[in-house]
Design a protein around this ligand. Structure first.
Ligand SMILES: Nc1ncnc2c1ncn2[C@@H]1O[C@H](COP(=O)(O)OP(=O)(O)OP(=O)(O)O)[C@@H](O)[C@H]1O
Length: 710
C-alpha cells in the first residue's frame, strides 16, 4: 500500500501517543501523521492538505459528541472518518455511522490490528465508492454526449426516475419531474398512443427482447417533441412478473423534421414527375432505366415495370439507338446536351427535343442521366407548312401567291394551271388554309387516276343498288367536302357527261347521287387544276366550253420551277426538312453554295416534284450527311437541255459519274421530258419514247418518278 496520510484529531496527548504507537505497530503500511487538537485546527489542516483518513475523538475542547463529527464533515465530506471515542455510547455510535462514519472504535478496546483493519476498510470503501461514482459519471457523460437520457421505472409501485438529460428533453428541471406510467401516457400524442402501448405490452408479456418506440411527447411548454424510447425489463419477481424496467430516451425531433422535409420534397417531385407531359427518363451509367414517368410509359407503350432494367436499345431502332448512345456517352462525361432528333417508336416516326443532364451523387460523380424529352413532331410539320411559300423571292411566285390570297378570301371557283409537279395541289392547300373554310376539311381527287366508270360515283356518290357492287349508299367527295374545299386535279381528264354534271353543280350547288333522284345541296368550294392547255382541249371538243368559261373566271398560273430559280434555295431547305422527317434522318445534311448553284442552273422539267425526287435520291446516296454534286447526279460535266421541241445533252471527259449513273440520269431526263411534252399523259409519253405504257410505268417506278405521276 502507498503512504497513507492520516489526520489525528485528539486533544488528549496520551491517547494521541497511544494512537501513533498503534499505527507504528502496523507492519507493511507507512503512514504520514498530522496531529490536530481542536476542531478548528483540524478544519484548517483539512483546508490546507489532503488526507486519506481521519481518526476523530468526539470529545474536543471546541466540540463534543456527534457535533464534532459533523463539523469535520463540513470541510471535506469525502474523507473517511474512523471515530475513536472514550464513550461506550451506543446511540452516538449508531448516529455517527448513520451520518457517514466508517467505524466507531472504543479507545480502551482497540489495538494496532483493529485500528489498521478499520483504517484499511475505510480507505478501501472510500476508493470503491469513488470508483463507482466515477463509473456513474462516465455513464452519465456518455449518455449526455449521445443526447440520451435514461429512465428507470418500478412497475409495481409505478414510481419512475428520469435523469437530468431526460428531463431536459421534455423541458423540465430534474426536481420538477416525478414520472409515472399515467403521467407519461397523458403526454403521448393521441395518434401515437395505441402503437406505443401495444409495443410496451408486447415487451412486458415477453414477446419482444426489447421495447422500442418512436412517438411524440408533449413538453412542459405544451409543444411536441419526437422521442425514441428504448428499454428493457431488468427485474422480475419470484413468479416471473416484471418488476422494473430501465432504458434510454432520445430527442429525434430534428431527424424527424428532416425526414419529413425530404418526404415532402419527394412528394412534390413525384407530383411533377407524374403529371409532366414531357417524357422523363432516369438511366444509370450502363443506360438501364431506373425510373420513367407515366408520359414516358405511354410513349414507349409499356408499363414502368417492363421498362425499368432495360435500355433504350430494347425500344429503339438500331440507328436511333446509336445516336442516343453517342449523346449519352458525352453526358456521362459531364456535358448537358440539348438536341433534336427523330426516332422510330412503335412504328411511328417521332421528332423529339431532348434535354439531357448528368445525374451526380454527393461527391460529384456522374451516376446516370436524366432525360426530359418533348415530342415536337407537329412543330416540325408546321415548319414545313405551305405558309412559308409567301417568302419565295421570285416575282413570278409572288404574283401567283398574291392572286391566290385574294381568291382565298372569296368563294369563287379557281382554276389552277401549271406544268406537272409545279405545285398545284400545294397551292390549292394554301388557298384552303387562307380561306374562311380553313377549319374544315380539304380533299383532293385526281380525275386522271379514277376509272371512268367509277368517276361519277367517286365525285357525287351513289345510292344503294345503283349499280352492281353498290351494296350500300356512299357519299361522294363533294359531300365529304361539305363546308370545306375540294380540289379536282387534272380536270381535263373528266368525261364530257361528268363535266356537264359538274357545271350544273357549280351553278346550283346541287346534284344527285348516282342512282338517286333526290337533289343534294352541298356547300363545298371547288378548285380545279390542270396541266393541259384547256383552250386547246375546248377547241378540239374534249372540254366543255361553258365549263371552261365558268372555271376560267379566276385563273391562277403556277410558274414552272426553271422560271423561278431564285426560289430554289428556300425550296431546297423546306424539302430537306420534310424529307428529313420522312426519311427518319437525325440531322439535316449540309448544302454547299456550289450545290445550290448547280440546282439553280438545272432545267427542272419535272418542276418541284423532280427537285424533291433529286433531293430524296441524293439523301439516300449521301447517307443523310453532306451532299455532293455526285449525289445529285447533276454534275457540270453532263448538261441536259430542252428547247421545247428538241432534247439534247452534252458530256465532257473524264466523267465524274459512272456510265450507269449517267444512263440513269439520262433515262430520268428523257422520261420527264416526254411526260412534259405529252402534258403528263402516260400514253402520249410512251408514244414519244417509243416504248409501251407498261415499260414507261416500269421506268418511272425504277427512276422514282411514279408516285406523284398517277
Ligand atoms: N412550294 C412547295 N414546297 C414544298 N413542296 C412542294 C411545293 N410545291 C410542290 N411541292 C411538292 O412537289 C410535289 C408535286 O406537287 P403537287 O402535287 O402540288 O404538284 P401538281 O402541280 O399538283 O402536280 P400534278 O399536276 O402532277 O398533279 C409534291 O410532293 C409537293 O409536296
Amino acid at each position: 500500500m502507498d503512504l497513507i496520510r492520516v489526520l489525528i484529531v485528539e486533544d488528549n496527548p496520551v491517547d494521541a501517543l497511544f494512537l501513533k504507537e498503534a499505527l507504528r505497530e502496523i507492519t507493511n503500511t507507512k503512514f504520514s501523521l498530522t496531529h490536530a487538537e481542536t476542531i478548528e485546527s483540524a478544519q484548517k489542516c483539512l483546508e490546507e492538505e489532503t488526507f486519506d483518513v481521519i481518526t476523530l475523538d468526539l470529545g474536543l475542547p471546541d466540540a463534543q459528541g456527534i457535533e464534532t463529527f459533523l463539523e469535520i464533515k463540513k470541510v471535506n465530506p469525502d474523507i473517511p472518518v474512523v471515530v475513536l471515542s472514550g464513550l461506550d455510547d451506543e446511540t452516538v455510535a449508531i448516529q455517527s455511522v448513520r451520518e457517514g462514519a466508517q467505524d466507531y472504535l472504543l479507545k480502551d478496546k482497540y489495538d494496532g490490528y483493529l485500528l489498521s483493519r478499520s483504517i484499511a476498510f475505510a480507505i478501501e470503501r472510500k476508493q470503491a465508492e469513488k470508483a463507482l461514482r466515477r463509473a456513474q459519471q462516465r455513464f452519465e457523460l456518455a449518455l449526455t454526449g449521445a443526447d440520451l437520457g435514461w429512465w428507470d421505472w418500478n412497475i409495481k409501485t409505478d414510481e419512475g426516475v428520469l435523469n437530468e438529460q431526460g428531463a431536459r428533453i421534455l423541458g423540465f428541471r430534474l426536481d420538477e419531474i416525478a414520472p409515472s406510467r399515467e403521467k407519461w401516457r397523458k403526454c403521448v400524442h393521441p395518434d401515437d398512443e395505441p402503437s406505443v402501448l401495444a409495443a410496451l405490452n408486447r415487451h412486458m408479456e415477453g414477446s419482444t427482447a426489447a421495447f422500442e418506440s418512436e412517438h411524440r411527447l408533449r413538453t412542459k411548454n405544451r409543444e411536441w417533441v419526437w422521442i425514441l424510447l428504448r428499454g428493457k425489463v431488468v427485474e422480475w419477481d419470484s413468479e416471473g412478473h416484471p418488476v422494473r424496467m430501465a432504458g434510454t430516451i432520445m430527442d429525434i425531433t430534428a431527424n424527424k423534421t428532416a425526414q419529413e422535409a425530404i418526404r415532402q420534397s419527394e412528394q412534390r417531385f413525384r407530383a411533377i414527375f407524374e403529371a409532366a407531359e414531357d417524357y422523363i427518363f432516369l438511366n444509370d451509367r450502363s443506360s438501364k432505366y431506373i425510373d420513367v414517368n407515366p408520359a414516358a410509359e405511354r410513349f414507349l407503350g409499356a408499363p414502368a415495370s417492363k421498362i425499368i432494367g432495360k435500355t433504350y436499345k430494347d425500344f429503339l431502332h438500331p440507328e436511333d439507338a446509336a445516336y442516343i448512345r453517342d449523346v449519352d456517352s458525352r453526358v456521362l462525361k459531364g456535358e448537358s446536351i440539348q438536341s433534336e432528333h427523330t426516332a422510330r417508336i412503335n412504328g411511328a416516326m417521332v421528332t423529339l427535343s431532348d434535354t439531357k443532364v448528368p445525374l451526380k451523387d454527393d461527391s460529384g460523380q456522374v451516376i446516370g442521366i436524366l432525360t426530359i424529352a418533348r415530342d415536337i413532331t407537329d412543330l416540325n410539320r408546321i415548319k414545313i407548312s405551305p405558309d412559308t411559300m409567301e417568302e419565295y423571292p421570285s416575282k413570278a411566285m409572288q404574283a401567283t401567291l398574291k392572286k391566290a390570297l385574294i381568291a382565298a378570301k372569296t368563294n369563287i371557283t379557281i382554276l389552277l394551271t401549271g406544268e406537272s409537279g409545279s405545285g398545284k395541289d400545294h397551292l390549292a392547300q394554301y388557298v384552303h388554309r387562307h380561306s374562311l373554310r380553313a377549319g374544315s376539311s380539304y380533299f383532293s381527287i385526281n380525275c386522271a387516276a379514277i376509272a371512268p366508270n367509277l368517276a361519277e360515283s367517286e365525285l357525287f356518290g351513289h345510292e344503294k343498288g345503283a349499280f352492281t357492287g353498290a351494296a350500300a349508299r356512299k357519299r361522294g367527295m363533294l359531300e365529304l367536302a361539305e363546308g370545306g374545299t375540294l380540289l379536282l386535279n387534272e380536270i381535263g381528264e373528266l368525261s364530257l357527261p361528268l363535266q356537264s354534271k359538274l357545271l350544273t353543280f357549280l351553278d346550283t350547288k346541287k346534284f344527285t347521287r348516282v342512282g338517286g333522284e333526290k337533289e343534294i345541296s352541298v356547300d363545298a368550294r371547288l378548285i380545279a387544276a390542270t396541266n393541259r392547255d384547256l383552250e386547246k382541249e375546248v377547241a378540239e371538243g374534249r372540254f366543255r366550253q361553258d365549263l371552261f368559261y365558268r372555271l376560267n373566271v379566276m385563273r391562277i398560273e403556277i410558274p414552272p420551277l426553271r422560271e423561278r430559280s431564285e426560289d430554289i434555295p428556300l425550296l431546297v431547305e423546306q424539302l430537306l426538312v420534310k424529307l428529313g422527317v420522312e426519311m427518319q434522318l437525325h440531322e439535316r445534311p449540309l448544302i454547299s453554295p456550289q450545290i445550290l448553284n448547280a440546282l439553280k442552273k438545272y432545267q427542272w422539267s419535272g418542276n418541284v416534284r423532280e427537285l424533291r425526287n433529286v433531293l430524296e435520291r441524293a439523301l439516300m446516296l449521301s447517307d443523310g450527311r453532306t451532299l455532293t454534286l455526285a449525289h445529285l447526279g447533276l454534275q457540270d460535266d453532263m448538261q441536259f437541255s430542252s428547247d421545247g421541241n428538241k432534247t439534247s445533252f452534252s458530256i465532257s471527259f473524264p466523267t465524274e459519274q459512272s456510265l450507269n449513273e449517267i444512263t440513269h440520269d439520262l433515262k430520268r431526263f428523257m422520261v420527264n421530258e416526254a411526260l412534259r411534252h405529252s402534258g403528263g399523259s402516260r400514253v402520249g409519253a410512251a408514244k414519244l419514247l417509243r416504248i409501251s405504257r407498261y415499260s414507261l410505268k416500269h421506268y418511272m417506278n425504277k427512276l422514282g418518278l411514279d408516285d406523284d405521276m398517277e
